[in-house]
Design a binder for this molecule. Structure first.
Ligand code: AHM
Ligand code: MG
Length: 327
C-alpha cells in the first residue's frame, strides 16, 4: 500500500507554480485546510453541541443566519488573520470586508473571499454543507489598508479557489490554475490526503440540478431546457447545498442551474463568494460556467461585494445546450 500525499506535502511540492508566492501562499492554503478540519469537527457534532438552529439574525443579503455560519465565519477569519499574509477577508456572512493590521515580519499580500458555510439551512437535517474560498493578490499597496478594489476583481485574477465539502466524507478540492485536485480527510491521521488527482468533469452527463419549485418563475428558455432534460429521462438531483451539487456534477457530469426568477432577477448566488470560485474550479476541470445571457461568469465585472448572478455551470455540452435555448 502506498502512502497518500497529504495536502501539506502537495502544497509545498507545488508552491512554485504561483510566481513569487512560494511559502506565504502555501501558508494561506494550509490555514484554510486547518480551519476546514475544525469546521468539519463541529459540523459533525452539530446535533450534540446544540450549535445548530437560527440565532435570530439576518445576514447582509437577507437570509436567516444560523449559529454555525457565524462560528465558521469567525474561525476562518481568525485563522486567515493569523497567517500574517492575508490582508483582509470578504465573507458572505459580513456586509463589509474586514481588513487586518500589518504585521512587522510578514507582508499581507493577499485577500480571501469566503462563503464559510454554504447551504447551512441543511445542517439541522444532516445534509452536506460546504465552505467555498477564493484567493486574490491585493491590488492596493501592501502597507495601506485594503479597499473594495482588492475584492472586486475579475474572476480571472483568482490565484486559487476551492471548496470543502462536509459530506459522507469530507473533501477539500482546489485549483491554482493548473488543474483541480481533491483531498479526502482521513480523521485517523487528521490529514487531508490526495484522493482525486487531476479531476476532470465529464463532457456531458445525465443529471440536472435545479430548484424545480421555481419552474413557473423561470424564463421560457430555461423551462424548455428543463423540459428537454426531463424528456430525455435525465435525473434531477438537487440538495439545496451548492457545494454538494457542484461536487457531484464535477465527478459524474451534469449541469447545475440557479437561473433568474421573477422574484430574484439576478438569481440568488453571489458572484464573489460562490459563483466565481466554483467557476474557476469547474473550468479548470474542463467544464463551463456562464450566466443566462451567455456571459462567462469569470469575466463578469463585480462592483459590489454581494452582487448576484444567475448561473449555468457544469459539463460543457449541457451548459452549451442550455445556453443555445437562450440565444
Ligand atoms: P447560503 O449561502 O445562504 O447557504 O445560500 C446558498 C445556497 C446554495 O448552496 C444552494 O444552491 C441554494 O442556496 C439553494 O437555494 P434555494 O433554496 O433557493 O434553492
Ligand atoms: Mg452560500
Amino acid at each position: 500500500m502506498h502512502a497518500k500525499r497529504t495536502l501539506d506535502e502537495y502544497i509545498i511540492e507545488n508552491q512554485n507554480s504561483i510566481p513569487d508566492a512560494a511559502g506565504e501562499f502555501s501558508d494561506l492554503l494550509r490555514h484554510i485546510g486547518i480551519a476546514g478540519k475544525i469546521i468539519n469537527r463541529i459540523v459533525n457534532k452539530a446535533g450534540l453541541l446544540d450549535v445548530f438552529g437560527h440565532d435570530g439574525n439576518v445576514n447582509a443579503t437577507g437570509d436567516v443566519v444560523q449559529k454555525l455560519d457565524l462560528y465558521a465565519n469567525d474561525l476562518m477569519i481568525e485563522y486567515l488573520q493569523n497567517t500574517g499574509v492575508c490582508a483582509g477577508v470578504g465573507s458572505e456572512e459580513l456586509e463589509h470586508y474586514v481588513g487586518f493590521e500589518p504585521r512587522h515580519n510578514r507582508q499581507r499580500k493577499y485577500v480571501v473571499v469566503l462563503d464559510p458555510l454554504d447551504g447551512s439551512s441543511n445542517i439541522d437535517v444532516n445534509i452536506s454543507v460546504g465552505t467555498i474560498f477564493g484567493i486574490y493578490r491585493r491590488k492596493s499597496a501592501v502597507d495601506d489598508p485594503v479597499d473594495i478594489g482588492d475584492f472586486c476583481q475579475k474572476g480571472e485574477a483568482l490565484l486559487a479557489a476551492g471548496y470543502i465539502l462536509y459530506g459522507t466524507s469530507t473533501i477539500l478540492v482546489y485549483t491554482t490554475g493548473n488543474g483541480v485536485n481533491g483531498f479526502t480527510y482521513d480523521s485517523g491521521i487528521g490529514e487531508f490526503c490526495l484522493s482525486h488527482p487531476m479531476l476532470k468533469i465529464p463532457e456531458t452527463g445525465k443529471t440536472y440540478s435545479v430548484n424545480q419549485g421555481y419552474y413557473a418563475q423561470f424564463s421560457s428558455e430555461i423551462r424548455n431546457f428543463i423540459d428537454a432534460c426531463a424528456n430525455k429521462g435525465h435525473m434531477l438531483r438537487y440538495t439545496g447545498s451548492m457545494v454538494a451539487d457542484i461536487h457531484r456534477t464535477l465527478c459524474k457530469g451534469g449541469i447545475f442551474l440557479y437561473p433568474s426568477t421573477a422574484k430574484n432577477p439576478n438569481g440568488k448566488l453571489r458572484l464573489l463568494y460562490e459563483c466565481k470560485p466554483l467557476s474557476f474550479v469547474v473550468e479548470q476541470a474542463g467544464g463551463s460556467s456562464f450566466d443566462e445571457l451567455g456571459r462567462r461568469i469569470m469575466e463578469i465585472p463585480i462592483t459590489e461585494l454581494h452582487q448576484k448572478s444567475p448561473i449555468l455551470i457544469g459539463s460543457t455540452d449541457l451548459v452549451n445546450e442550455a445556453l443555445s435555448r437562450n440565444r
